[in-house]
Design a protein around this ligand. Structure first.
Ligand code: ADP
Length: 396
């Protein structure tokens, strides 16, 4: 082979190897693929040894052209590799190359190439190629290990959230029952009732925070299950508006448009979405006094929109606010409490209904949160029981 041909071959090998290594995040399949590739292009046999967490050398991947003829002999291989790992120096003999895998100055393993027949001997050029491959393999191992640690950390976080929220729920429920007993027993003790009511409010807040944590841990572990039934979303919307209006005297919640909206969905989860969006509209518009809700639809979809005239959201945050624990970071924001989970939970619920949720907003002027769901078709008897105009009149 001419030098130019050798160089071209070298560049091709390195570029293809880089592609193989970057195509996967899991370590074992990635190393197996690269071993196979080396056997196809460079040697009769290839082995990758890594030093594990307990500082032991582990043969992590190996491949041979002809497994009958070429084998890694464990004892002698271990001996040769441990010498390279100790010295950090490559071993080069005509039928064997062992190069250390080094990342950030630390030797984390070795790459071994073997040729079986005397007629096929390694050249200095092959050593350079092996060294270059070793750099890429070492980087791949480091990335895969970081990825693995991240996965473990996320799992540990989710487990903590799940256990903590379950454990918090029990004492909270007990506290809430006792405060209700006290309220019922001493209904005419003015001051006591006032303190107990305040305590009830705080318990409700704690309960809803814990419920959000539980929901998020269900979402993360893919266990958020839907109990779907046929119902009219208009009825549910009217109920939610009525309930929220009762506890939010400073805002008037106006239902501007409404239509019959048959859906096949999880009632509890959709009421959670409506409560979340309307409560946010109220919470983030402390200086306004009106929230406008509308329920419209086409042939296949039903759309709910909730508009407020509050602090608004900058366009760069439109997507991010649906991520878990994301809260818009501005100085005004600091005066609002919350965990940054509500919208993420809404997003997951709507997505699991094959729907879509989005926001349009102008900072300082207000926001419109909308979601759409597939329309269901069912018999007349199941349609909305409350006629829209009667309900509208009742709410205004
Ligand atoms: P939380 O309200 O508990 O912080 P959410 O997930 O409900 O969590 O909302 C995420 C973030 O999106 C909020 O922290 C807030 O910055 C922003 N946000 C949500 N709804 C509105 C709204 N109607 N107007 C302005 N900002 C909003």
């Amino acid at each position: 082979m001419t030098n130019t041909a050798k160089d071209q071959n070298y560049l091709r090998l390195i570029s293809e190897a880089s592609k193989i290594l970057s195509s996967q995040l899991e370590l074992a399949p990635s190393l197996n693929k690269i071993s196979q590739f080396i056997v196809l292009n460079l040697a009769d046999c290839c082995a990758i040894d890594l030093i594990d967490e307990n500082k032991n050398i582990q043969l992590t991947s190996s491949a041979s052209k002809d497994p009958k003829q070429v084998k890694i002999v464990p004892k002698s291989h271990f001996f040769q590799v441990s010498r390279v790992l100790k010295t950090g120096q490559a071993k080069f003999v005509p039928r064997m190359i062992i190069v250390p895998l080094v990342t950030k100055g630390e030797t984390i393993g070795a790459l071994t190439l073997i040729n079986s027949s005397r007629s096929r001997q390694f050249s200095r050029h092959d050593l350079t190629t092996a060294e270059e491959l070793a750099v890429r393999i070492a980087l791949d191992v480091t990335n895969a290990r970081i990825y693995h640690h991240l996965e473990q950390a996320i799992k540990a976080r989710d487990k903590f959230i799940s256990i903590a929220s379950h454990e918090l729920k029990t004492p909270l429920t007990t506290l809430k029952s006792f405060s209700q007993i006290l309220l019922r027993r001493f209904p005419d003790k003015g001051e006591l009732v006032s303190y107990l009511s305040k305590m009830e409010n705080q318990l409700d807040r704690l309960n809803s925070l814990v419920a959000s944590l539980l929901d998020v841990s269900c979402i993360q572990s893919g266990k958020l299950e839907l109990q779907k039934e046929k119902f009219d979303l208009q009825n549910l919307l009217l109920e939610q508006i009525e309930d929220l209006q009762a506890i939010s005297p400073l805002h008037k919640i106006v239902l501007e448009k409404a239509i019959a909206a048959p859906v096949f969905a999880d009632k509890y989860r959709l009421s959670q979405v409506l409560t979340n969006l309307i409560s946010n509209a109220i919470k983030y518009s402390p200086k306004a006094d009106k929230i406008i809700v509308s329920l419209t639809g086409g042939r296949n979809f039903i759309t709910v929109a909730i508009q407020d005239f509050g602090i608004g959201i900058a366009q760069k945050n439109f997507k991010k606010i649906f991520e878990p624990f994301y809260q818009v970071n501005n100085t005004i924001r600091k005066s609002f409490s919350g965990l940054g989970l509500g919208l993420h939970i809404c997003h997951e619920i709507i997505q699991r209904h094959q729907g879509e949720i989005w926001v349009k907003s102008i900072k300082g002027e207000g926001s419109v949160f909308s979601f759409k769901l597939p329309r269901a078709y069912f018999k007349r008897s199941m349609r909305a029981r409350v006629p829209p105009f009667e309900s509208l009149a009742r709410l205004r």
